[in-house]
Design a protein around this ligand. Structure first.
Ligand code: BGP
Length: 466
């Protein structure tokens, strides 16, 4: 029997830009996404799930369905429309109302400061490639810590690796640049340094509560036993996992990480600048993280690849259209007999178990882990208010079982946030890739519990995964 601890958080995850809608309402400042999506012309982040107006409905649903934690982010540009300086009181009041509603329904808020939505004013000046953005981020964080004292669980960033790679390698996020490894690496480092600054600020000022960071960690396996494939998996892992965990928990990059990084740079004629002083701050923060948030959906099988970079992002749900080959790193492939979603995300729950055990071994002072995102993108069918999403339940079941095994093996995991609480807007897929426990009719903004919502409620109540 697979079980989860008594005091476990059974949460639902969201992000401001993906649920709030109201992108031009309530004094909110612009973000780069607004213009990027308009130009792309496929879909917009309005209305999304209209959480800006529907939040009390969503939080009431949490309570009803055993969801006792809500992961959400503050939209930086709702607080500081220009990224810094003038404060938008309407935005501040909105989040106070949301947190009050959470308290009323016994739902614990886990708040992320930055979830892919840097204010446009700062983004246009280089986003986190410009070190000035780091200073603005620290000031914004300080404002939030002082203002929102009702929040006790903070995360600095959501998914530093996808920020860097979607912006500068895949080009699926604004500014839409491809294959620029120098920018990828610099962005990773600058954001990890910004994280350290904010952790140190939080601890030095003695704010109540806990602080951590949310990383997207997708386990890498060699496609075969061949030495060259093993090396490709090592390189892919070094850039996407080890670099971030070293920065978070060591405060520097280990020799092995630097070896991989330099090899990748050489192949791509890329370079980086890691100012020596940054490491002082990062080392100080490395033992002060209260928890690690892990977003984990899939794993990758990696094969050696010698050619030029070539990536096709499957943002439509046409199975089999993904291509991911990166010069100097490797090629991600599918494996016969291993299932994947319509968006080509490989379903391999052992990947979560292996990842958790590895963190316990390599970074033993990690303290606590929350799975801050896991879930299945699916083209749900709406049948007169009934949504039978069996494949999603199957997915959740095997991943939660894997998690339960890792806890049994001694990994400290305190909670699990299912992505997503309700159907949301997806950055590069729009509205047909649904993840929610609650189906959203985006025209009427009605919510309908899916079969998975009833299943999740049962698991939350019994702590048994069946
Ligand atoms: C994570 C993000 C979320 C969410 C999720 C699903 O990377 O933190 O914001 O979007 O992935 O991704 P997608 O919407 O591309 O399927």
């Amino acid at each position: 029997m697979f079980q989860l601890p008594e005091d476990f958080i059974f949460g639902g995850a969201t992000a401001a830009y993906q649920v709030e809608g109201a992108t031009k309402e309530g004094g909110k400042g612009p973000v780069a996404w607004d213009e990027f999506l308009e130009k792309q012309g496929r879909f917009l982040a309005d209305p999304a799930s209209d959480f800006y107006h529907q939040y009390s409905k969503d939080i009431a649903l949490c309570e009803k369905f055993g969801v006792n934690g809500l992961r959400l982010s503050i939209a930086w540009s709702r607080i500081f429309p220009n990224g810094r300086g003038e404060i938008n009181q309407e935005g501040v009041d909105f989040y106070h109302r949301v947190f009050a509603e959470c308290a009323k329904h016994h739902v614990l808020p886990f708040v992320t400061l930055h979830h892919f939505d840097t204010p446009k004013a700062l983004f246009d000046q280089g986003d986190f490639l410009n070190r000035d953005t780091i200073e603005a981020f620290v000031a914004y964080a300080e404002f939030c810590f002082k203002e929102f004292s009702e929040v006790r669980h903070w995360s600095t960033f959501n998914e530093i690796y996808p920020v860097a790679t979607n912006q500068y390698l895949l080009g699926t996020f604004p500014p839409g640049i491809q294959y620029d490894l120098s920018k990828v690496i610099q962005c990773l480092h600058n954001m990890m340094y910004a994280h350290a600054r904010v952790v140190n600020l939080f601890k030095d000022s003695g704010y109540a509560g806990q602080i951590g960071v949310v990383h997207s960690l997708e386990t890498k396996y060699p496609a075969t036993d061949l030495e060259e494939d093993q090396h490709a998996a090592f390189l892919d892992d070094a850039l996407s996992i080890r670099f971030l965990l070293d920065a978070t928990y060591l405060g520097y990059y280990s020799e092995e990480t630097m070896r991989a990084l330099n090899e990748i740079c050489e192949a791509n004629q890329a370079s980086y600048d890691f100012p020596e002083n940054d490491f002082r701050e990062m080392k100080k923060a490395s033992h002060r993280n209260d928890y690690l948030g892990i977003n984990h959906y899939q794993c990758h099988f990696v094969k050696a690849y010698q050619g030029e970079s070539a990536i096709h992002h499957n943002g439509t749900g046409d199975k089999g259209t993904s291509v991911y080959k990166v010069k100097g790193i490797g090629e991600r492939i599918y494996k016969e007999g291993i299932e994947r979603t319509d968006w080509d995300w490989i379903i391999y729950p052992e990947g979560l178990y292996d990842l958790l055990l590895r963190i316990k071994q390599d970074y033993p002072h990690y303290k606590q882990i929350y799975i801050t995102e896991n879930g299945m993108g699916y083209k749900d069918e709406f049948d007169n208010g009934l949504i039978m999403d069996g494949p999603r339940i199957d997915y959740l079941k095997v991943y939660l079982q894997s998690l339960s095994k890792a806890i049994e093996a001694g990994v400290v995991v305190k909670g699990y946030f299912l992505w997503s609480l309700m159907d949301v807007f997806s950055w590069s897929n729009g509205y047909n890739k649904r993840y929610g426990l609650f189906y959203v009719d985006f025209e009427t903004q009605e919510r309908y519990p899916k079969e998975s919502a009833y299943w999740f409620k049962h698991v939350s109540e019994t702590k048994v995964i069946v």
